[in-house]
Design a protein around this ligand. Sequence first.
Ligand code: GMT
Length: 378
Amino acid sequence: MKIGITCYPTYGGSGVVATELGIELAAIGHDVHFITYSQPFRLTGRERGISYHEVPVSNYPLFEYPPYDLALATRMSEVAEYYELDLLHVHYAIPHSVSALLARQMLAARNRRLPFVTTLHGTDITLVGLDRSYLPITRFGIEESDGVTAISNYLREKTIEAFGIKRDIEVIPNFVNCDVYAPLGERREAARKVFAPNGEKILLHLSNFRPVKRVVDAVEVFSRIVERMPAQLLLVGDGPDRSAAEWLAHSKGIQKFVHFLGKQESVNELLPVADLILMPSELESFGLAALEAMACEVPAIATAVGGVPELIDDGKTGRLFPVGDVESMAEAAIHLLSHPEELREMGLAARRTAQDRFCASQIIPKYVEYYEKVLGVL
Ligand code: GMT
């Protein structure tokens, strides 16, 4: 199949899923075309079977707001025509599904078919989509899509409830490549020494540091852990709440144990050095960072929100707590870090979950089958 993919190419879960999906589809022989405003950050640009088409947005003095959605629709229709795409797959409803709808109409006027699938990721529904100024158009984009998928049962239910949508929404959960995201084996001790030269415990938080991720809570949890045992905190990512997290680390006097690593490309090299990942989010429709860590045998201390309980079995493959309950999160982390056997059991169970239920080799065929259904091949 020839598949066009549009997503937010910068740091963020939906862009990561879209990019990894493109890489996996190309690896099994599909022809993948990314249509985005910059090259998705996890692409090197040298992958076989993947092309990248930039969306140029002209900015005339008259435009206070450059019309990106229209530039995207134009590029989608051009790429679809020149490269004979079978379908478009857009990740994150706003504005991608509406641009795809326009592209489909532009091609229909020339007797060309261009169905599109929209994948809902979370904040496109739970935050942005519920804003009154976007709600009607988000609902329209979803209803007009030729196929709609959601990354968890939670998000499917939420979309139906919040938007009053009657059409089918297929749940295709997020996935991880369990060969790429894997324990480091014999290399682990040496890799840990870089961050914990004296055998300290390693905690890790990975996000885009938006308020919904509550990165400050990660620092709060860590401050309670480091009072009781030698430990280091790796903060991977960047975003609006970084300075609040930095301020908190300094005001607690723990700054030398808190490492802001910024945006990292190869998180598969970093995740497996950790003992635990901290994901204290206000909301997660899925929690991809936790899944990637689980595949590396690193369990999560997380919040029981949104789709997270569909991923983490509390007490078996990680621990779940109410939002903001930093005391309990810290106690649970201290308990696990003080009982290495229990932590090891949990890490092994976490990887088994990733392999048995969320491995790319199981989830990618679900997307391919769904595309075939949309195209009427099935
Ligand atoms: O959470 C974010 O801020 C990023 C956002 C995105 O769309 O880029 O993440 C959402 O999609 C991820 C990939 O499907 C999910 O793993 C995240 O749980 C989801 N975030 C929220 O629901 C808050």
